[in-house]
Design a protein around this ligand. Structure first.
Ligand code: UDP
Length: 236
């Protein structure tokens, strides 16, 4: 795990957001991977994911308190959590400020429709080039369309590792654009699901809130987060 944790962005969220802003202004490309225990654990058994996480084309941010703590345990100075939903929120605001373009890919038809409507109403300067739900069969064909549209930001919300693998397969068709796999963020940003109350976020208990709301997450949590913590203990 150490090689992944050493690649993770170590500084504060605000500083990372400045890098994103700079990329937007200078039309550079960036593929952001929100490194949570789930993707890190999966990469142990998946060569494609391992290659992607270590590729210099990808930018890893610490998504989850256990990732921040794991890094500290291995003497890697990672300051704070940076989540997919926060990055998505920041990029949407900044695209509006700069009058740049966006493509949204993922979540259910209902959720993506609600999010597109909200963005059009609340961020009128964003050029929303298109959106598509994440349950369409031929996702690669949609990405070929996205490559022709050349958005400044493309958010993909289909869960790990589907969203990352899809972006990675098509990255070389683009010469600019920020790409982020944002998991369940569209559900939250559209107003369909609520993010944990501030208290839970502040106390690093967002994971507990998500399990309490959706008990079916417990198995996933055990297989990824709990096993991740034990793995780090062994590596220390
Ligand atoms: N999803 C999708 N296509 C699929 C499977 C899932 O678009 O084939 C969407 C799903 O609707 C949800 C998101 O992917 O919006 C995954 O959310 P989840 O909360 O599982 O992700 P997390 O934030 O936990 O990574």
């Amino acid at each position: 795990m150490k090689h992944y944790l050493e690649k993770i962005y170590p500084n504060e969220k605000n500083e990372y957001c400045s890098l994103l802003k700079n990329d937007l202004e200078n039309e550079r490309q960036r593929f952001v991977i929100t490194a949570n225990p789930e993707i890190l654990m999966m990469s142990e058994k998946d060569d494609e994911l391992e290659k992607m996480l270590l590729d210099e084309k990808t930018s890893l941010v610490p998504d989850g308190i256990s990732v921040v703590k794991a890094a500290k345990k291995l003497d890697i100075p990672v300051k704070e959590r940076i989540t997919g939903v926060e990055i998505a929120e920041y990029l949407i605001k900044e695209l509006n400020n700069l009058g740049k373009s966006l493509y949204l890919f993922g979540a259910t038809n209902e959720v993506i429709g609600a999010l597109a409507k909200k963005i059009t109403a609340e961020y009128p300067n964003i050029k929303l080039l298109g959106c598509c739900d994440g349950y369409i069969d031929d996702k690669d064909r949609i990405f070929e369309d996205i490559a022709r549209l050349k958005p400044d930001v493309c958010l993909v919300a289909m869960g790990v590792p589907l969203q990352e693998k899809l972006i990675y397969r098509h990255l070389s068709s683009f010469d600019k654009g920020i790409f982020v796999g944002v998991g369940g963020s569209f559900d939250v940003l559209s107003g369909t699901k609520k993010r944990a109350p501030k208290f839970f976020i502040k106390c690093n208990l967002e994971w507990l809130y998500r399990i309490a709301k959706e008990p079916s997450r417990l198995k996933r949590f055990y297989n990824n987060n709990v096993k991740f913590v034990f793995k780090i203990k062994k590596e220390k």
